[in-house]
Write a protein that binds this ligand. Structure first.
Ligand SMILES: Cc1ncc(C[n+]2csc(CCOP(=O)(O)OP(=O)(O)O)c2C)c(N)n1
Length: 240
């Protein structure tokens, strides 16, 4: 199978130009093609938000769940079709704010689902409001003087259950491909936190175009290999 075989052709993609979601979507389709995974056994579940649109763009069994409710749908699919690949493709707001409770329990149970979190550090679709993933001091629509709340530490939550955790970024495409591959191969719960650019509701507001945003990401993050833990500014794969 080819990458393009997993993409729905008749639907026009409505993500903004330069959005990181294109790269994440492509990386997941490319890995499905690499695995030659049967389309009939592949399920993509997305939530609400820009990332939530993804389910409409995969040419596999796909479903857009209610806001924050991707995980129970994926877990349900896996219960009745254990041979299937249940992929959750959603945003940081959807997975780590409204949907966090489900994520926590799926991780605790080590449910065999693959979670790809497009993390643009805001609620993008609704206008760039502060999310639990917004870094300290970041100016957003709802933190005009700079965010004062600490970020959620999703890495430690996932690792507290000894599950697969990877952090990558759309600014490092080869690393992103590697993280997607490892997550897909892993048996059990896998979570990939993908720091991804939102050119409109982050970039434009902070005075950066897409090229500047990618440069900014490259400066902010460093790739680490064979590590047991990651600092906030480090990208890597942790399997315990
Ligand atoms: C129950 C419910 N609450 C709130 C909303 C409004 N809403 C739509 S998208 C969204 C944020 C999505 O953020 P994220 O998951 O980070 O996705 P992004 O748009 O950044 O890709 C919110 C709060 C909604 N649609 N439904």
């Amino acid at each position: 199978m080819k990458t393009e075989d997993y993409k729905r052709k008749e639907v026009r993609i409505r993500w903004c130009d330069g959005c990181g979601l294109y790269m994440i979507y492509n990386a997941v389709c490319a890995e499905l093609a690499e695995l030659n995974f049967p389309k009939k056994d592949t399920y993509v579940i997305s939530g609400i938000g820009c990332a939530g649109r993804s389910s409409g763009y995969f040419d596999v069994n796909s479903l857009q769940a209610l806001h924050g409710r991707t995980i129970p749908v994926a877990v349900g699919i896996k219960e009745v079709k254990p041979h299937a690949k249940a992929i959750v493709f959603s945003g940081d707001g959807d997975l780590l704010a409204i949907g966090l409770n489900h994520l926590l329990h799926a991780s605790r149970r080590n449910d065999d689902i693959k979670v790809f979190c497009s993390n643009n550090e805001v609620y993008a679709m609704t206008g760039g409001q502060r999310a639990p993933t917004t870094p300290i001091k970041r100016v957003t629509t709802t933190s005009p003087y700079g965010n004062q709340e600490p970020m959620i530490n999703i890495k430690d939550i996932i690792l507290s259950h000894n599950n697969f955790f990877a952090r990558s970024s759309t600014a490092f495409p080869d690393h992103l491909t590697r993280c997607v591959k490892e997550a897909m191969k892993h048996k059990g719960f896998s979570f990939v936190d993908i720091k991804s650019q939102c050119p409109v509701n982050v970039g434009r507001k902070l005075g950066m175009d897409v090229a500047k945003m990618l440069k900014w990401y490259k400066e902010r993050f460093k790739i680490k290999e064979n590590v047991k833990d990651l600092k906030e500014d480090e990208l890597g794969i942790i399997k315990r």
